[in-house]
Design a protein around this ligand. Structure first.
Ligand code: NAP
Length: 492
């Protein structure tokens, strides 16, 4: 498997050409490292922004912060960027740095096994190719495998049915009777769009979520001129956005006044937007704010009050060839079912098979739930690095900030391997354990550990997805690798 750019055997393989993969690739090139290949299962860059094309798809993080620090874009059209604009931004970055020529599209990594003797990873792809690389980096993220609920009878349904991350654009929703399962961040973005065109829309709402105002708006021509022409204006604005969001981390510690303030804002938003008390009762949560992701929307609650929309606050019992039947006995005939049911977030790299030193599968190392040192390295899996790995997700700030921290840390490790001609480096189990004990202790104080079901935690209740603190702390801890935490093995 040669890197298309170099036509040589690559020394680094990156899995995924999403935000993380592109960010690492660009930074490798900026550091003068060109012998890498990116394996991408789809036919375009952008990852989540390439896959989630549902109507209304947008980001909850302001555009000037949801972008790479070294590639500011003064031309963002609005405060909260929409899917098409984000995808175009990342395509532009990939074009600018000639990343496309490094990508093998339509190729999945099926299996990676570490060979201690050579200090290399043996890769096997979906095309059956096998190759050896020195470094393996995952840019798969946490939200790339759609979760479909196991509802009895679903397979017998004769209408259209699809997941929000696999939107069927060929299905015309106009005038149709549509059921939506779920009310997470994805569903609340497409529900208002579906409600505008569907004949009848039934929303199956299992657990209520807190929702706060979004206050999205287009940037004025003057603001865009400022960002483009006044030196430092865009950067100053980005910093202001960063610190505005960063302080919100306080709200995710249980019992803080800031948490109570957010709750008041959410309660007020609900009262203002939903007049019907019965509907409000279905939509109002009773767990700690922030335990599940806080929703940010101005048009979701009003959409639920439209005459063609019904909200059912009970669990689905089963599905027949043309109906959805609830546990409370409600039966609704539908033409289509749309699943906004989220992702298999705690399984991280699956179904990829990753086998570390001594033939140990990653699934075995992660039996008690995924964990890593700084979310990046796993003991016993040398020269293997993750971006947006375990315990690096956020509820309050831009994930791109975290990804840039990880990329810089990984580059530090790659440079160490190359400059010191190491066979491999492997994080020490005790360093990884010490780090994770600290993370889990901090999480115990947080709202994520409160009683609720969320994609942040495993079935046993271990929070494997979220970073425990402020992003500034994560930056500090990842600003350069501490090689005392690693076993450095020299090459022969
Ligand atoms: P999600 O937050 O996991 O929500 C899934 C929804 O489906 C929940 O309401 C869940 O109910 C429901 N559900 C799952 N199985 C069900 C079943 N068997 N019966 C009834 N309901 C069921 O997934 P998501 O909305 O795709 O969002 C995932 C993450 O993607 C977000 O947290 C965010 O990080 C990212 N995202 C971001 C944006 C943005 O920036 N605006 C947009 C979309 C996604 P329960 O709560 O009862 O489990």
């Amino acid at each position: 498997m040669s890197s298309p750019a170099t036509k040589q055997q690559p020394s680094i393989a990156i899995v995924g050409a999403g935000v993380s993969g592109i960010c690492l690739a660009v930074n490798l090139k900026r550091a003068g490292i060109h012998d890498f290949v990116i394996l991408e299962k789809s036919n375009e860059v952008g990852g989540t922004w390439n896959e989630n094309t549902y109507p209304g798809a947008a980001c909850d993080v302001p555009s000037h912060l949801y972008s790479l620090s070294f590639e500011p874009n003064p031309n963002w059209t609005r405060k909260y960027p929409r899917q098409g604009e984000i995808l175009e931004y990342f395509r532009g970055v990939a074009r600018k740095y000639d990343i496309y020529s490094h990508i093998r599209f339509g190729v999945e990594l099926d299996e990676a096994a570490f060979d201690e003797a050579s200090g290399q990873w043996k890769l096997r792809t979906s095309t059956g190719e096998e190759t050896m690389v020195k470094v393996l980096a995952s840019g798969c993220g946490q939200l790339n495998r759609p979760a479909m609920p196991a509802i009895p009878g679903l397979e017998s349904f004769k209408g259209a049915s699809f997941h929000s991350a696999r939107w069927d654009h060929s299905f015309d929703l106009n005038g149709k009777r549509v059921a939506v399962v779920g009310n997470g961040p994805s569903a609340i973005q497409f529900i208002p769009e579906v409600a505008k065109v569907a004949g009848e829309l039934t929303v199956y709402h299992r657990t209520p979520n807190y929702v706060v105002p979004r206050l999205d708006r287009p940037y004025t021509a003057f603001e865009r001129w400022l960002f483009a022409k006044v030196p430092g204006a865009g950067r100053a604005y980005r910093w202001a956005l960063y610190w505005t969001l960063e302080k919100n981390r306080i709200a995710f510690t249980r019992g803080t006044w800031f948490n109570k303030l957010f709750r008041q804002i959410a309660d007020q938003h609900m009262t203002t937007q939903i007049a019907d008390e019965k509907l409000r009762a279905i939509l109002t949560p009773d767990y700690d704010l922030g335990c599940k992701r806080i929703l940010i929307s101005d048009d979701w609650l009003p959409a639920l009050t439209r005459p063609n929309v019904e909200v059912i606050g009970a669990e689905i019992d089963h599905i027949t060839e043309n109906t959805v039947v609830n546990k409370d006995g409600t039966v609704r005939e539908v033409d289509a079912i749309i699943f906004g049911t989220g992702f298999e977030s705690t399984k991280f790299l699956t179904p990829m098979k990753v086998v570390g030193a001594g033939g140990k599968p990653l699934t075995q190392a992660w039996q008690g739930g995924a964990e890593a040192h700084l979310g990046v390295s796993v003991a016993g899996f040398p020269n293997f690095f993750m971006m947006y790995g375990p315990n690096t997700n956020l509820g309050h700030n831009s994930i791109i900030f975290m990804i840039e921290c990880q990329v810089s840390y990984i580059l530090g490790c790659i440079n160490k391997i190359r400059n010191n001609r190491l066979s491999y480096l492997d994080v020490k189990p005790e360093a990884m354990e010490r780090y994770n004990i600290g993370v889990q202790e901090a999480i115990r104080e947080s709202v994520w550990a409160a009683g609720c079901r969320s994609w942040y935690k495993t079935e046993d209740g271990k929070v494997t997805n979220n970073w425990s603190g402020f992003t500034a702390e994560y930056w500090w801890r990842t600003r350069e690798p501490d090689f005392a935490d690693y076993r450095l093995v020299s090459g022969s």
